[in-house]
Design a protein around this ligand. Structure first.
Ligand SMILES: NC(=O)C1=CN([C@@H]2O[C@H](COP(=O)(O)OP(=O)(O)OC[C@H]3O[C@@H](n4cnc5c(N)ncnc54)[C@H](OP(=O)(O)O)[C@@H]3O)[C@@H](O)[C@H]2O)C=CC1
Ligand SMILES: Nc1nc2c(ncn2[C@@H]2O[C@H](COP(=O)(O)O)[C@@H](O)[C@H]2O)c(=O)[nH]1
Length: 318
């Protein structure tokens, strides 16, 4: 099996048809809605909170709220939908999560997007949850993760997922490969390519995005959108206090399977690190948009579709 990752790939330019990069359209449709960028912040406690979720929804960006304050999710959905905004939440697969689905059904409230968020999404118990959600909240757009193989994509799509999320262990706060020996760390982009070959529904590339150019590369190899953790952590709007160290300013970024998030030390697969403080998140989103517009121009097109067919080289020294 040939493997490669983001750093080994260079996309090859085609003749541009744009007078200005500002003409390039970076919008993407997922389910019934169209968003400004093919990018979403990771559903992690140090990346998003309810305030940022509402800001993103109000400004045309997709988001997935995390599941680590489980008791707030019902009110969150009710509140954000009362403002005419999209509700997008995460669920686990433990018994209590079924009760939340029942609560939504009884109240006749359907979150617009639900993401099943577990480490190993290719699981009988994930399939059971997919089935339950599709039976009880059929109008919710269901994203299921995380997966890392074509077999998993085929089975989870067949179970009823509307989109799948690919990436086992490429995240910056991740220690899965060291703790278990498993995952797509080091070959995440090739894993996306393999999964995309069998996928009939959108794929979200999750983890390992270190540069804005990695967004274009993800789309070239089959992703519809990307999920970004560490690059979104550290902003004014992301959760956490500023930390001063050696004259520099940081914010904490910790894995959802870190002892810090779990509150215990069993089955830890994540770590805590500091990321540089980055100021307002709008600046980062604008830079991403401009870089994706440039990428579309290099691809010789007018929108994200043009990225899907560009040629590329694999650098052999990696
Ligand atoms: N993308 C990635 O590479 C990874 C992401 N994460 C993130 O960390 C958070 C916690 O993940 P997770 O531990 O799945 O969530 P949970 O702690 O909610 O566990 C999921 C459920 O599945 C059971 N389970 C069975 N086998 C596994 C397995 N191999 N790995 C994990 N759970 C298993 C667990 O039981 P029991 O605990 O008794 O085994 C638990 O009931 C999530 O937000 C997830 O996205 C974590 C690791 C990797
Ligand atoms: N193996 C682990 N993966 C984790 C954990 N917490 C989150 N994640 C995954 O990382 C991405 C974000 O990656 P980044 O490279 O953009 O920082 C996130 O969406 C999860 O899929 C964890 O504790 N362990």
């Amino acid at each position: 099996m040939k493997t490669f990752d983001y750093d080994a790939i260079r996309l090859l330019p085609k003749k541009s048809v744009l007078k200005s990069r500002r003409e390039a359209d970076t919008s993407v449709t997922l389910g019934n809605h169209t968003f400004k960028l093919p990018v979403m912040p990771a559903n992690m406690a140090t990346v998003i909170d309810e305030n940022l979720a509402e800001w993103l929804a109000s400004n045309g960006y997709f988001y997935v709220m995390h599941r680590f304050q489980p008791e707030t999710r019902f009110d969150f959905v009710q509140n954000i939908q009362s403002k005419g905004l999209i509700a997008s939440i995460s669920l686990g697969i433990t018994d209590g999560e079924y009760a939340l689905i029942d609560q939504f059904k009884e109240a006749q409230i359907t979150p617009d997007y639900i993401t099943i968020d577990v480490a190993h999404g290719h699981s009988d118990y994930v399939i059971k949850m997919v089935t339950y959600i599709k039976e009880n909240l059929p109008d919710a757009f269901l994203i299921v993760g995380n997966l890392g193989t074509p077999e998993a994509i085929v089975e989870i799509e067949a179970a009823g997922a509307d989109a799948t999320k690919v990436g086992i262990g490429p995240g910056k706060a991740c220690i899965t490969k060291d703790k278990t020996g498993f995952g797509t760390n080091g070959w995440q982009l090739a894993a996306i390519a393999q999964c995309a070959q069998v996928a009939t529904k959108p794929i979200i590339a999750d983890g390992g995005i270190r540069h804005n150019g990695d967004i274009a590369k993800s789309i070239r190899f089959g992703a519809t959108m990307v999920m970004v953790g560490s690059m979104f952590a550290g902003h004014d709007e992301t959760p956490g206090d500023l930390i001063e160290q050696d004259g520099k300013t940081y914010k904490a970024y910790f894995g959802s399977a870190s002892a810090y998030q779990k509150g215990h030390s069993h089955n830890v697969e994540g770590r805590k690190l500091l990321v540089p403080y980055k100021g307002p998140i709008q600046n980062t989103l604008t830079e991403m948009e401009e870089d994706i517009q440039s990428a579309i121009s290099y691809a010789g097109g007018r929108d994200l579709n043009s990225l899907k067919t560009v040629d590329y080289v694999v650098l052999t020294d990696y």
